[in-house]
Design a binder for this molecule. Structure first.
Ligand code: PHE
Length: 447
């Protein structure tokens, strides 16, 4: 039986790769999965999977889950103290395991980012281990919650490296926190793979830092083009989160691209993470009568901004990037306020590639029918990319893993992942809108 990684690697034959790079999505397809309370269950959930990602219809789901639970107990350590001796069977696994550290925001302001990404990572690690591990060893995932707080990630990653002797680090979703941890990994020569941080500076830290997603210069450009060509906007306002590296970077890349495409930024307003009242800035924006508003930021504030904008009678299109992605966006803003809003992201669960379908079904089976979002897909892919690099390197030595990561070419949940010269992974983006309180796919944008 081939491993999950082998199976996915095999799928990078040219014909399959092409289809993976151009996800076949029907415009207007509804994404019920991302809505807050609804997780409708297609029959896929009742099928089960072998961890080599091959359909095994005969295996009952309960047995599958029991197997997964056993694999989890043996190899994934959900703890907060991060002591190698904790976690029962995991401690006993000792030197026979390859230790990987994952830092993520499981609680705090961007909790849905960390939870989704972590769930994807855990699923990938379980699949890899169930299929025999890597180089004959099980992967042992140590993970720790940074509580969405500045400064925590550095402490966590230092512990992973000096005390736990991890061979690689996975994390984070938010660019600001990846930017904190990157220099620690770089100084120690430990490869770090960010699943979904898009600010270009994240990988500029040095040759130990990789990502499995696109970057914000691309994202800013595609949002600008969508605003110009599809929404036909000429005069827009920008209202951005200046407290995050992500929000501030995306503001710049969007503004440059929109202006270069012949558009005009009529007003620029700022806010900070954890702000709750945006009416003063929105009133100033309204006074300039823009045709649309770009809001580069994260879902908590974005949800409130959209809600308050509509309350002020601002009806023009509002749009942003991947930071909008969370079921909470709909809960906070309300479906009605989200009419005429759009955001770009990395993955849609209705993406019609074999790898995406298998991932969505496996994730649903693993997490009680929950449908994965972009962070889950990229968290999954980050672990698959790491395992693939260790296997190709023939060694779990950090320097050898780092060298192998450079030549990554793997088709997984979010599409084909290859590293460019800056260790970024150019990939297609998807644009999502909200209709009747549901996220809906609009279009794919190729790099
Ligand atoms: N790209 C965002 C950042 O760099 C994080 C993010 C990724 C948010 C994917 C949502 C979905 O901070």
């Amino acid at each position: 039986m081939g491993t999950g990684v082998d199976r996915i690697k095999g799928a990078s034959a040219p014909s399959v790769v092409e289809s993976s790079r151009s996800p076949r999505l029907k415009a207007g397809g509804e994404i019920p999965s991302l809505s807050p309370q609804r997780y409708p269950e297609p029959d896929l959930i009742h099928r089960s999977f072998d961890h080599d990602l091959t359909m095994k219809p005969a295996q009952p789901r309960r047995a599958f889950l029991a197997t997964v639970a056993a694999a989890t107990a043996a190899t994934v350590l959900p703890w907060t103290g991060c002591k190698p001796s904790e976690g029962g069977a995991a401690g006993a696994a000792g030197a026979d395991t390859i230790k990987v550290g994952e830092f993520c925001s499981l609680t705090g302001t961007e909790a849905t980012f960390g939870v989704s990404s972590h769930e994807g990572t855990v699923l990938a690690i379980e699949e890899i281990n169930k299929a025999g591990g890597v180089l004959g060893k099980q992967l042992q995932l140590l993970h720790e919650d940074n509580r969405s707080t500045a400064g925590e990630s550095v402490t966590i990653v230092k512990k992973f490296i000096s005390r736990d002797k991890v061979v690689a680090v996975l994390g984070e979703v938010a660019s600001g926190r990846s930017l904190e941890a990157g220099p620690v990994c770089q100084a120690a020569g430990i490869p770090m793979i960010s699943p979904s941080s898009t600010n270009p500076k994240v990988t500029e830290v040095g040759d130990c830092v990789f990502r499995v997603c696109f970057t914000d210069p691309f994202q800013g450009r595609l949002i600008a083009e969508f605003a110009r060509k599809s929404l036909k906007l000429s005069r827009v306002a920008v209202f951005s989160d200046v407290s995050s590296a992500y929000g501030d970077g995306l503001r710049q890349y969007f503004s440059d691209a929109f202006t270069a495409a012949g558009g005009q930024i009529v007003v620029q307003q700022k806010y900070s993470s954890k702000d709750k009242d945006f009416k003063a800035q929105l009133t100033a924006i309204k006074a300039t009568n823009p045709e649309g508003i770009c809001v580069p930021g994260y879902y908590n504030e974005v949800g409130l901004i959209i809600k308050q904008a509509r309350e002020l009678g601002i009806t023009v299109p509002m749009f942003g990037g991947d930071g909008w992605e969370a079921p909470e966006l709909i809960q906070i803003a309300g479906g009605e306020a989200l009419k005429n809003t759009y955001y770009s992201t990395h993955f849609s669960p209705i993406q019609d590639t074999p790898e995406a379908k298998l991932f969505v079904a496996a994730y649903k089976a693993r997490y009680q029918g929950k449908t994965p979002d972009a962070m889950a897909a990229l968290g999954y892919d980050s672990a698959k990319v790491l395992a693939d690099a260790i296997r190709r390197a023939g060694s779990a030595e950090p320097t050898k893993i780092k060298a192998a990561l450079v030549t990554t070419d793997l088709v997984a949940a979010s599409g084909r992942t290859r590293m460019d010269a800056q260790r970024n992974a150019p990939k297609a983006a998807v644009i999502i809108t909200v209709e009747n309180g549901q996220f809906k796919f609009v279009q794919t944008v190729e790099p």
